[in-house]
Ligand binder design. Structure first.
Ligand code: NAG
Length: 501
């Protein structure tokens, strides 16, 4: 693989073909203008509503109250208060939670200037800090990482507000004898990325996060295994580590290198790229489970900054990710709905859309900085085309779609009303201070009325492969928002809102 790609313009015939293919993408050329700054503000506000623990004075989402104030006490010694509830449930799942924090931090790193100009930087950093503080607590001793708080089966058997919770807040851990290199790798990545966010404004905190990230990575690498093998049924029905742990080890190394510039992490990326699938990747989706595409995009920036031939194959794989997702090139494989949405699967499909949009914007920026293009077979794809696709996906979310519906709660005129979310679907504790018990709560799941507390800024799982959507709480694959759906969207919206400044 040559580092210097052929930058000659494509021959006219190919160019023509590309134009025709691009023009045929549904809705791609339809002009749409949204208030991206408003959507951005809401996408961050969403995280305040997902907060667990003691809410701060400056909490803007005041319909929520303090909750889960004794998390960690079933094991007596550990303070596990804080963090985010995962989605429409009240469990603190460590694996997607850490991924969320990494992506939020990455959003801030890439779009800090835009966020600042838009008055959102402070809120975005608080969203990162809320996640990082909790992850920091979960690494309570060397080689001990708390993977989850809350008995997920018991939690899912109830429909309760977090403030009323009475299900077991069991804490589950991984350690040297019960390893979890995926969870530990992602936790290390999250803290390393977060340390970059606070490098200038809070150097003490930043160093603390980085030191912890380094030790968690050592633990992740020294004791190899999947956390879902160690914890079994506690996590497998929810967040099984399908893609294994190698992607997280590379992801952690990439973030640690970016945060510390310590050569050992770069060597790790070089030595393990092929063996761990980073330079031979087969997964072309970016999710809480699989981070290879993220690794490849990050590593590409490193390649260009350091002119590093030895890991140039990461760039080939980043290209493969883009080509597979982007319609209208010889290597596209992804399904695009008739209305133009990237479609991977029924459950929480929007997570793939938001992660891809963020990675496209970010990769486009890195490509531009390095005067590079993407190679899809013999077709060269420009950064502008990546930006156009990412914008089109975000526009779909915000309302440019066959249903003319926004999939962000509280944004636009027409948005999901019956969202699968316990707290949101029930009266707030201010309006209804009396406890609503586990079974009693199900009347709110089944009610046909709109959620009394719209979880503003959350993006739901989204429509099916025919662009159809059920505004129905029970249809959770479509109607549930989650922390990891929004994480990449924050950066994507900041990019778009920044362009309007
Ligand atoms: C969506 O908006 C377009 C353009 O205004 C209109 O033609 C179409 O009928 C609308 N579709 C629905 C389902 O409301």
């Amino acid at each position: 693989m040559q580092l210097d790609l052929d930058q000659a313009p494509p021959p006219p015939l190919l160019l023509l073909l590309l134009l025709i293919l691009t023009a045929s993408i549904p809705h791609a050329s339809r002009a749409a203008s949204f208030d991206y700054a408003d959507a951005l503000d809401k996408s961050i506000l969403f995280y305040e509503q997902q907060r667990s623990g003691e809410l701060p004075e400056d909490q803007r989402a005041t319909w929520r109250g303090d909750s889960a104030l004794t998390d960690g006490q079933d094991v007596n010694v550990v303070d596990l208060v804080g963090g985010y509830y995962d989605a429409g449930n009240n469990v603190k799942f460590g694996f997607p939670g850490a991924f969320t924090t990494t992506m939020l931090a990455w959003s801030v790193i890439e779009t800090g200037l835009e966020l600042d100009s838009l008055g959102e930087l402070g809120y975005a950093k608080e969203a990162v800090r809320w996640g990082a503080d909790y992850i920091s607590k979960t690494y309570s001793a060397p080689d001990v990482l708390w993977a989850q708080v809350g008995d997920a089966q018991a939690d899912h058997a109830c429909w309760e507000r977090p403030e009323d919770m009475d299900t077991p807040r069991t804490a589950y851990r991984i350690d040297a004898a019960h390893p979890g290199s995926d969870l530990a790798g992602e936790s290390a990545a999250a803290l390393a990325a977060s340390s970059i966010v606070f490098q200038i404004t809070d150097p003490g905190y930043s160093s603390e996060l980085l030191a912890k990230a380094q030790d968690i990575f050592r633990f992740a690498d020294a004791y190899r295994g999947k956390y879902s093998d160690s914890l079994g049924e506690v996590v497998t029905p929810y967040y099984n580590s399908f893609s294994g742990y190698e992607d997280e080890l590379l992801w952690a190394a990439a973030w640690l290198y970016k945060a510390s510039r310590d050569e050992q992490y770069l060597s790790y990326l070089i030595e393990n790229g092929a063996g761990f699938g980073g330079t031979t990747g087969t997964y072309y989706t970016a999710t809480w489970d699989n981070k290879l595409a993220g690794v490849q995009v990050l590593a590409s920036q490193v390649i260009w900054k350091l002119s590093l031939q030895s890991i140039a194959r990461y760039k080939t794989q980043a290209d493969n990710f883009v080509c597979s997702v982007l319609p209208g090139n010889p290597k596209s494989t992804a399904t695009i709905t008739p209305g133009g949405l990237l479609y991977v699967q029924e459950a929480s499909n929007m997570q793939y859309v938001t992660s891809a949009a963020f990675l496209f914007f970010t990769y486009a920026k890195y490509l531009e900085d390095a005067s590079q293009t993407v190679s899809c077979g013999d077709v060269q794809v420009s950064p502008d085309e990546l930006n156009a696709f990412a914008k089109q996906q975000v526009d779909y979310i915000l309302g440019n779609n066959p249903r003319n519906s926004s999939y962000m709660i509280g944004f636009g005129r027409n948005f999901p009303q019956r969202v699968h979310h316990r707290a949101s679907s029930m009266p707030s504790i201010e309006d209804h201070p009396a406890k609503i018990g586990c079974q009693e709560g199900f009347q709110y799941l089944q009610a046909s009325s709109p959620n009394p507390n719209p979880i503003v800024g959350g993006v739901v799982g989204g429509p099916d492969s025919s662009d159809q959507y059920s505004d129905d709480r029970e249809a959770f694959t479509q109607s549930e928002p989650s922390t990891y759906i929004n994480a990449g969207l924050v950066g994507a919206l900041a990019t778009l809102a920044g362009q309007t400044l």
